[in-house]
Design a protein around this ligand. Structure first.
Ligand code: MAN
Length: 200
């Protein structure tokens, strides 16, 4: 009797006992279980792609999505105690040179604008409108606000951080040049960028 049962189990006609159900289950059941598990992982991965794409659609990439191409790129500048990093459309960071770890200076929120006083070639100071990438809700400052950064953009041939200032405790300005804002600027600034290119 026992021999007949084990022949039926090994032939896949009946399932084994509870204890060995994993190894001895019917091939059709095993196959169905495998199909279910691979369909489940395909569903999970599609769901996570959907989540990522929904999040991406909610990001402000500017007129004509001009800043989309910069997403995922990072630039940095060595300044005083820290290396400062801008990961476009994502985060700004202060990285300790003494191995004290990184401090997030803000997560990307939106595009805005600000007015900056600028000297003309004749030395006259005039207010100029600049495109700003706003980063907020960074690491909280001891006895202060969450860190935030205004990334003030200017037309330039390279993506480059030119200056960082801490205007108030934990509130930073990062001055950055990029070709991404050249189109939006006046003839004078566009000429400046072209001049930079011609010098190469
Ligand atoms: C760190 C840096 C500074 C900041 C202080 C505030 O040292 O993030 O920029 O002013 O913390 O405690």
């Amino acid at each position: 009797m026992a021999n007949i049962r084990s022949a039926l189990i090994s032939g896949g006609v009946i399932a084994g006992s509870k204890d060995d159900s994993d190894s001895k289950e019917l091939p059709a059941v095993k196959e169905a279980r495998e199909r279910l598990s691979s369909a489940q992982s395909a569903l999970d991965s599609t769901k996570s792609q959907l989540r990522e794409q929904k999040a991406d659609l909610s990001v402000d990439f500017g007129v004509d999505s001009i800043f989309r191409a910069l997403k995922g790129e990072c630039i940095s500048r060595d300044s005083g105690e820290y290396n400062y990093e801008l990961c476009w459309m994502k985060q700004t960071k202060q990285k300790s040179k003494k191995g004290r770890g990184d401090t997030t200076m803000g997560n990307y929120v939106k595009i805005g604008s600000t007015t900056v006083d600028e000297a003309t070639s004749s030395g006259q100071i005039i207010p100029k409108e600049k495109v700003v990438l706003e980063f907020a809700n960074g690491q909280s400052c001891w006895n202060g606000p969450s860190r935030s950064t205004k990334v003030i953009l200017d037309c330039g041939e390279k993506n480059e951080i030119t200056k960082i200032t801490e205007d108030e405790k934990c509130i930073y300005s990062m001055f950055v040049t990029t070709p991404a804002v050249c189109e939006a600027l006046s003839g004078e600034d566009a000429g400046k960028a072209k001049g930079a290119k011609d010098e190469l």
